[in-house]
Structures are given as C-alpha cells and as structure tokens.
Write a protein that binds this ligand. Structure first.
Ligand code: NDP
Length: 495
C-alpha cells in the first residue's frame, strides 16, 4: 500500500496563516507567537497555529455572549436541530478533508480518522440535533394549604446556561469538539472551543463549515493556544460553564479555577487505568480479534481503552501467548498509509512519556512483547505487553495513555473485584464471558462509569458516559448532558 494522496484543499488549509475563529470569521491573532503542528509520522512541520492571548479570548467570549443573547436565543428548537443536522451533512461531505487533517496532525491512522473520528462525529451530532426539540421542564402540583380558596401551580423551565468553554484534548479533537458543540448548541448555549495545541486544525475547519451550515456568527468560536489560553477562558466572567476533557492533573486545576471564578459550572471527563476481566469460560480465539482492536485502536491513546488485563489463571498462559504473537505481526507505519495497522504516537512530549514507561518496564524485566521505541523518523513505539509485578507497580496504577498493556492472573471473583477496583480512576471496565449470570453479579461491584460485557472502548450517543472516582465529574450523551448545559428555573403561580 502507498500513502494517501493529500487533497489540494488540505494542503491549502495547512499552508494558511491560522488565526482564531471569532464571530463567524478567521481573525488574526494578537500575538505573533506560533506553535508548529508536526506530522508525527514524519516529524515535519505541516502547519502553524496561533497562541490565543487574553484579548483574543475576551473577543471570542464576547462574540459568543452576543450570539447567545441575540441570534441563537432567537432560533426555535426546531431550527437549531435543522442547523446541527446541516452541519453533520457538511462534515460528511468534507469527511476526507477532515480525516486527512486529523491524520496529518495527530498520527491517527487514516482509516480510523475516516471511519471512527469523522463518521462518529456525524452520528453524535445528528443525535444531539434530535434533542433540540425534546428539552422540556415539568409541571408540578404544590401542596400549599389553601386559606381563602386560592390555588397554586408550578412548573420548571430548562434554560440554556449561556456561554460554554469547551476544552478539548489532542486524541480525538474533532469528535470530542463535536460532543461539546452538540451538547451546547442543542440546549441553546453558544461555545468557545480551545483545542489542544497539537490538534487544532480540524476544529478550525469545522467552525468554517458551521457558518456554511447557517449557524449564526459567534455561536461557535475557536481560540487556539496552550494551557494558558484555556485558563483565560475559564477565568472569563461571561463563561457560565466549562466542559473539559483531558488529564486528571489539568482537570483538578481547571475545577479549582472554575470554582474560584464565581462558581462556574464544570464537567470533567478525565483519564482512566481501565481494567478488563477475562473469566475462566472465555474462548480466547473468539475474543482475541476484538480485544486487540479495542485495546490498540489509535495506539492506545483513547481514554476509554483498557491498560490492565486480569485473566483467570486457567486462561493466562494461552492469552499471553496469543496476544504476544498477534502484536508482533502488527504492521507499524505512517498514519497516511492505508496498509498500516498501527501508527505513531500523536506528539513528541507524549512519545517521551510513553518511552519513559517502556524504559521502566524494560529495567524491571516486565516486557512480554514489544517494548521498543523504533529507531526511525516519527514517534513510533511497538505495541507492548508487560506483566505487572504487583499492585504497587507504578505501571499498575499510572495511566500511560499509550499502547502499553499489563497482564495479571487472578483466581477467585473476590480477588478479581479487588484488583479491578484498586485504582484512583474509574472510567471504564469490561468483563469477557458467556456466563451472563456471573457478569450480572460482578457488574454492581466494579467501580467504573461505563461497564461493558464482551466489548470495550466504543461509545454510543444513546448511552451516558463519564467517570467515577478521579476519572471525572458529570456525564455526557443520552439525556444526561442536559442538566449540565441548562439551568432549571422553578416558577410558582398563585391563582
Ligand atoms: P491535558 O489535560 O494535558 O490537556 C487537555 C486540554 O487542556 C488541552 O486543550 C490543553 O491544552 C488544555 N490545558 C492544559 N493545561 C490547561 C490549563 N491549566 N488550563 C486550561 N486548559 C489547559 O490532556 P491531553 O491533551 O494530554 O489528553 C490526554 C488525557 O485526556 C488523558 O489523560 C486521557 O485519558 C484524557 N481523555 C479523557 C477522555 C474522557 O472522555 N474521559 C477522552 C479523551 C482523553 P494543550 O494541549 O495546548 O496544553
């Protein structure tokens, strides 16, 4: 297979002088400083983005506030749904362009960009569009005693919270950006997005498509930059809610900042050290292809994917042998090569972080398969299987956010539950078995926001998603997001 031909529209977009997208147009940044966007497959600079100053952020927030008070507030729920569906159509039409921007800047395999990131963005956006016409309050019957024949009634209104700050990580910037846009716009809010400095291009392009879709200027704004730009956004008094997806340390800092900015509402979707349990009855040959897919998709840089495998001792040797053989046959290569099965890590700092964990595992003789950073251009490491020494092992507890998976045998159900729950995180977990009765007994005991049986990692807009323990606060999708993006106003009437 050979490299995919880069579309002319993608080449032109990458070559632009990128500023910020504010009030419906690309505007020049106040600061001249730029950040290089590096293709992780080649280490070549493919584009440059701007760093958002406090003034740039303020301009974006004011534009979002104006659009909230005027243009967007004036639309009916039906119109909002229609415009979000139109944006979904445009994402679909520009799918190859958006997929290439993602693969060139984040090293996501082109087929994952096309069939997961772009395709799922369309599915999620259409789901959110459907909610626009279904967000309602309730009526109540108060029990206040009537003294002179008066009566009472009450109802609630679900009102949009206002300007939302959406802070997006680099791993699925388009899709996670779309989750935030869909949640905000369908409830009547407007948004300022701050993508990761490593992955801003697809959201800058999406903001242009939103104007083409008829979404009024100022409803979606994008200010690029580093962490500091995100901080300005959270501190803005006009921002009424922060929706953050990223790491636990940044999430905690953002939560504190939001609380000290006049109790700005905050939802945090954070990291995980997700566990899977392979029970004694599991058929290893049957589950292996799915296990490999859900674990190593996007080189393991998925918040929901598993990093800890607990395997019943009767199946441990078989699973380890078959996993090791499968990993050694992965074809590692450029993200833009349709024949690659496994691409580079997304950026240089993350490559060094994962390499540090590989070196640690090597020093402690824990490597079962893989374990090497490739001695070539690009941020490539091998998909890696390690054995956990014990539960004090940092590799047991710290999120690598990479293709580094540890295995450990277990004997009893009690031991399994204890091992799975031995983590500060609680994002996702899964049980691999055909013994449904046993799975149903284990599910309530496992501390995770999402629990799968015979699957892992894949999300659906109809199913709420979020973490317990240090994996976050709040839920996305289904009807769970509505509370986060609206205020519940109570109205009582005496008549
Ligand atoms: P980070 O926490 O480093 O960054 C996330 C976003 O926050 C980026 O846009 C970043 O900008 C910005 N940021 C960094 N510091 C600050 C700050 N002080 N104030 C405001 N914004 C700031 O996470 P990563 O981008 O490295 O993403 C990986 C992490 O995200 C992993 O832990 C992963 O598990 C988690 N994640 C969770 C998901 C979930 O749904 N639960 C989904 C996907 C990822 P910049 O990048 O420019 O520094």
């Amino acid at each position: 297979m050979s490299e995919v031909q880069i579309l002319q529209s993608v080449q032109q977009f990458m070559a632009r002088q990128h500023g910020h997208f504010i009030d419906g147009k690309l505007v020049a940044a106040e600061l001249l400083d730029k950040v290089d966007i590096v293709n992780p497959s080649t280490e070549q600079v493919v584009a440059q983005i701007s760093i958002g100053s406090q003034q740039d952020v303020e301009n974006a927030v004011k534009s979002a506030e104006h659009a909230f008070q005027n243009a967007w507030a004036e639309t009916t729920p039906y119109e909002r749904g229609v415009k979000l569906n139109k944006l979904a159509d445009l994402i679909e039409q520009h799918g190859e362009e958006l997929a290439q921007l993602e693969s060139l800047s984040t090293g996501k395999l082109i087929n994952i960009s096309r069939h997961l990131e772009v395709a799922q963005s369309v599915i999620f956006l259409r789901y959110f569009a459907g909610w626009a016409t279904k967000i309602n309050g309730q009526t109540m019957q108060p029990s206040i005693p009537s003294m002179q024949g008066e009566k009472y009634t009450a109802f609630t209104l679900r009102q949009p919270i206002g300007v939302v700050a959406g802070i997006v990580p680099w791993n699925f910037s388009l899709m996670i950006g779309v989750w935030k846009i869909g949640s905000a716009l369908t409830t009547g809010c407007t948004i300022v997005l701050k993508p990761s400095e490593f992955a801003s291009l697809s959201l800058l392009r999406l903001a242009e498509l939103a104007i083409e879709a008829g979404i009024p200027a100022g409803v979606i704004n994008v200010v690029t930059g580093k962490g500091e730009t995100g901080q300005y956004l959270i501190e803005s008094p006009l921002v009424k809610k922060v929706s953050f997806t990223g790491s636990v340390p940044t999430g905690i800092a953002i939560g504190k900042l939001a609380m000290s900015s006049d109790l700005t509402r905050v939802s945090l979707e954070l990291g995980g050290k997700n566990a899977i349990a392979v029970l004694a009855d599991a058929n290893i040959d049957e589950i292996l292809p799915t296990l490999l897919q859900v674990t190593f998709v996007h080189q393991g840089q998925v918040c929901a994917s598993p990093e800890r495998f607990f395997v019943h001792h009767t199946k441990y040797d078989e699973l380890v042998e078959k996993l090791s053989n499968a990993l050694s046959s992965f074809k590692i290569g450029s993200a833009m090569d349709e024949g690659s099965m496994f691409g580079p890590l997304s950026n240089q700092p993350h490559f060094h972080k994962v390499k540090h964990y590989l070196d640690m595992a090597k020093a402690n003789k824990q490597i079962i398969a893989g374990g090497e950073a490739l001695d070539q251009t690009g941020y490539f490491v091998q998909p890696t299987l390690i054995s956990f020494k014990n539960t004090d092992d940092p590799l047991f507890s710290e999120e690598t956010f990479g293709p580094v998976v540890g295995v450990m045998p277990f004997d009893t159900d009690e031991e399994l539950i204890q091992l799975m729950n031995q983590s500060r995180f609680g994002l996702t977990a899964s049980i691999w078995t055909n013994d449904l009765s046993k799975a149903l007994r284990l599910i309530p005991k496992i501390e995770a926001g999402t629990l799968w049986v015979n699957m892992h990692t894949f999300l659906d807009p109809s199913v709420p998603f979020g973490g317990v323990k240090a994996s976050g606060i709040g839920r996305e999708f289904s009807d769970a997001f509505i509370e986060d993006y609206t205020e519940l106003k109570s109205v009582m009437i005496r008549y």
